[in-house]
Design a protein around this ligand. Structure first.
Ligand code: ZN
Ligand code: ZN
Length: 105
């Protein structure tokens, strides 16, 4: 018998973080039988990044790597999702610096 997960359970916010967190560009909809991350359901339960499909050929890309099964590098500016991810990242870094400027010691 399974008990419903409580909001106070630490695993609960990890789940939510995993769904709405920073690594939104990853689309966990790909499965490879030879991949230990795909085969282990605990990765999904813990909200850890899951494997995703290559932007170029749609092949499996392991969550702990950025090279698809056909050798395409996902962290390339040719990848529109990665380019956008980089842009978003540099924007948020700028915001942090601006905030620090306002702090008086
Ligand atoms: Zn996988
Ligand atoms: Zn590929």
């Amino acid at each position: 018998m399974s008990v419903p997960m409580k909001k106070s359970d630490p695993a609960y916010w990890m789940l939510e973080e995993g769904l709405s967190g920073k690594r939104k560009i990853k689309k966990p909809e790909i499965y490879s039988e030879s991949c230990y991350i795909c085969r282990d359901p605990e990765f999904a339960l813990m909200g850890l990044p899951l494997c995703y499909s290559c932007y170029k050929c749609g092949a499996h890309v392991p969550a702990d790597d950025c090279i698809c099964d056909n050798g395409h590098d996902q962290e390339s500016m040719d990848n529109p999702e990665f380019a956008e991810y980089c842009n978003n990242n540099s924007n948020s870094n700028n915001n942090v610096e601006e905030k620090y400027d306002d702090i008086q010691f």
